[in-house]
Design a protein around this ligand. Structure first.
Ligand code: MOS
Length: 714
């Protein structure tokens, strides 16, 4: 089924919404002109565990401009926690201000609403809370006895781990730690919420619009059809905006009470305690191998923490059950309830942290075997996903490693640490392998085609979001391809729950899902227009002529795409390899990443420019994870003491390397009709291991605790 070719797909075109963004015309959550809106500011607890004994709001209520103060005493009763939605990594409801209990430092204990933002911010400081404080559990190490197996266990085993270790010529056991990290998208979490006679309109910064409508309707027990969520532009999320968090519920409670739209922005400081985080993971690895490098055993056991009232687990071990051919395998995850907020998905949950442990341990084992780490990985490659006992739809990991080695100049690497130097600098080369599931989910969209001055133009609508990833652009390119019109003649409208339902942006499923959804609508439109005029499916005809033959100036069609039965018979993953050259100053321990080569095999690349942006974004986050990012806990009170960008250092240009990004030409038609796989999370995966391995090659020191700050290298 084809019209005239326009070949929108695969071109490195600029973002179609780029001009709107750089001219400030793109509207983010709080930039919508909503009349009569008032402003709210949340009040946060200053203890990590205990009870509110009294809360005095009188002074705040008397302050200039203040319209209302909400606390657990006067807030409406919401539905309590019920079932979770583990597939999307979110909960169905988000209760807040429901009791006098405090579960973590910074938990919302009140909300002040005023005429202006400044008045609300000032008055929030006047709310006086008295607590009965208890000693919080804030140390993973001290609470080991409380570790439990999660209700939704992702434990796994095959073969016999002990027998596999016994059969090995070389064994390794090592523990790797990754600290609490925070997402920190550029756009703060923010909402303008309106409650109008039982109907909700929320302009809110979310990754998944449909999911948001569910959370709001479930929390307030109102019909989903009465909830409209708009997230036209989203300034990053990295997983923190998968959930519809409590600030959205707070703003709606206030709007319901006051009968006015309420704007609430979570401050950068509050984003450390109230909008999710990655938790501390302690990962224990055991590996057994024969002299020739054949793996005999691999275990990956993770200990991390969740909140005291809700369960979240990051499946760090998942990567160790599928990446290599190893007959004896053991994966465990255990959780300790601590007095922090519930952690949540952060870019490549599982893989980003799990691959740091696995790919560091693989490098350690290669060193023990005196084998090249690339040869060691190739030796243990598998085309079968042994954890699911099914083939990969495609897997070009060996090619990623070989081509990357060639581009990087791997053969120049010295096996012995501290032998490649330049003045005071010790120079190291590191490599790591990456894998990330490439899901694809049911997606619907609508296409509206019209004739304007004899020319066919089209608009695509769906509730998809563009979280900085390029969704607008690749959807336009898809419509161009399947309608046979130039990309410039396609308008894309996203991020509104009034549009057809998509899974939203997350889990690297956006590109494949959105574009196949758009494809389905376009294909349906063309098929319908041809059928009406008995034009054979295969006949090429320009869209404008097709409309004219039908005597139409406007035509609409919807379409839905979803995974085929074939999809379920395969494991669908993207793969990659990362190479890094790191220089370490031998006196100060300072690390400098000189260059990186990243090779990915991720199906058909829809737009090399936006795809490149995705990968360098992921690599930059990987560099932060490796060298700088860490949320520090105050050891007595359970507050985070890194509460701004001055203390929590995400990489800047100076911290980054020269980066070469290569995509292997590939189309994975098993994954979906367009052969597209996700790349949003592939970029960050295994970068930290590549850097740690390079640092070992430079210095001879194994860095098993992230971030690798200079004092650890002196
Ligand atoms: Mo992602 S951590 O599903 O935004």
């Amino acid at each position: 089924m084809k019209t005239i070719k326009a070949s929108g797909i695969g071109k490195p075109i600029d973002r179609i919404e780029g001009r709107l963004k750089v001219t400030g015309m793109a509207k983010y959550a709080t930039e919508f002109p909503v009349e009569n809106k008032v402003y709210a500011q949340a009040v946060n607890s200053t203890i990590a565990k205990g009870e509110i004994v009294s809360i005095d709001t009188s002074e705040a209520e008397k302050a200039a401009g203040v319209l209302a103060v909400l606390t657990h005493k006067n807030a409406e009763k919401l539905k309590a926690f019920e079932e979770e939605m583990p597939e999307l990594g979110t909960t169905t409801i988000a209760p807040v201000l429901q009791s006098n209990k405090v579960h973590y430092y910074g938990e919302y204990v009140g909300l002040v609403v005023a005429e202006t933002f400044e008045q609300a911010t000032y008055a929030a400081k006047l709310v006086k809370v008295k607590y009965k404080e208890e000693t919080p559990d804030i140390h993973l190490d001290k609470s080991r006895a409380k570790a439990y197996k999660p209700t939704e266990s992702s434990d796994f085993s095959r073969g016999d781990m002990d027998a596999g270790m016994a059969a090995a010529d070389q064994t390794l056991e090592a523990t790797y730690n990754t600290p609490i990290e925070h997402h920190h998208p550029m756009e703060l979490h923010a909402v303008i919420a309106s409650w109008n006679n039982g109907k909700v309109l929320a302009y809110t910064s979310q990754q998944m619009v449909d999911n948001s409508t569910i959370v709001i309707s479930d929390t307030f027990q109102i019909p989903k059809k009465d909830v409209r969520v708009v997230a036209a532009f989203v300034g990053g999320g990295f997983g923190s905006k998968l959930n519809t968090d409590r600030h959205v519920i707070l703003a709606l409670m206030a709007s319901k009470k006051l009968g006015k739209p309420v704007q609430l922005t979570v401050t950068r400081n509050q984003m450390f305690t109230n909008t999710g985080m990655r938790q501390h993971n302690e990962q224990n690895m055991r590996i057994g191998a024969k002299k020739d490098g054949t793996l005999t055993a691999l275990s990956h056991e993770t200990l991390s923490h969740t909140s005291t009232f809700q369960e979240y687990q990051e499946p760090c071990g998942n990567v160790s059950k599928m990446l290599y051919k190893v007959p004896n395998n053991l994966i465990k995850h255990r959780l300790i309830p601590l007095n922090f907020q519930t952690p949540c998905s952060m870019r490549a949950p599982g893989e980003a942290t799990g691959s740091f442990a696995l790919e560091s341990a693989m490098d350690e084992m290669a060193w023990k075997l005196k084998m090249d780490p690339i040869d060691f990985r190739i030796k243990n490659d598998t085309q079968i996903d042994l954890s699911e006992e099914r083939p990969f739809s495609s897997r070009l990991l060996i090619e990623c490693l070989r081509i990357g080695a060639e581009k990087f100049g791997w053969k120049e690497r010295k096996m012995e640490p501290r032998t490649n130097t330049n003045g005071n600098w010790l120079i190291g080369y590191g490599v790591s392998a990456a894998s990330r599931e490439a899901p694809y989910k049911k997606t619907s969209s609508k296409v509206i085609i019209s004739l304007e001055e004899g020319k066919a133009i089209a608009t695509i609508q769906m509730d998809a979001t563009d979280i900085g990833t390029g969704s607008y652009t690749i959807i336009a390119q898809t419509a161009s391809e399947y309608l046979g019109i130039p990309t410039e003649d396609v308008t894309v409208e996203l991020g509104d729950s009034n549009y057809p339902v998509t899974p939203g942006s997350g889990g690297s499923w956006g590109a494949a899902s959105y574009c196949n959804g758009a494809r389905a609508a376009c294909e349906n439109a063309i098929a319908e227009l041809k059928r009406k005029k008995n034009i054979p499916e295969g006949e090429e005809i320009a869209l404008a002529d097709l409309l004219k033959q039908n005597d139409l100036t406007k035509f609409e069609a919807e379409g839905t795409a979803e995974p085929s039965e074939e999809f379920e018979k395969y494991s669908v993953f993207s793969f990659g390899a990362n190479f890094s050259e790191v220089w370490v100053d031998k006196d100060t321990g300072m690390s400098r990443i000189k260059r990186m080569v990243n090779v990915g095999s991720a199906g058909k690349i829809l737009n090399p420019k936006t795809a490149y942006g995705q990968i360098i974004g992921g690599l930059t986050m990987g560099v932060g994870m490796a060298l700088t990012e860490q949320t520090k806990i105050e050891p007595n009170f359970g507050n985070f003491i890194t509460r701004s960008f001055a203390d929590y250092h995400a990489p800047v240009n100076l911290d980054m390397a020269n980066v070469e990004v290569i995509f292997l030409p590939e189309e994975d038609k098993i994954a979906n009709k367009m052969g597209v796989k996700g790349i949003g999370e592939l970029g960050i995966t295994s970068v930290a291991a590549s850097i740690a391995n390079a640092i070992f090659n430079a210095t001879g020191k194994r860095m098993r605790d992230l971030p690798i700050t200079p004092e650890k290298l002196i």
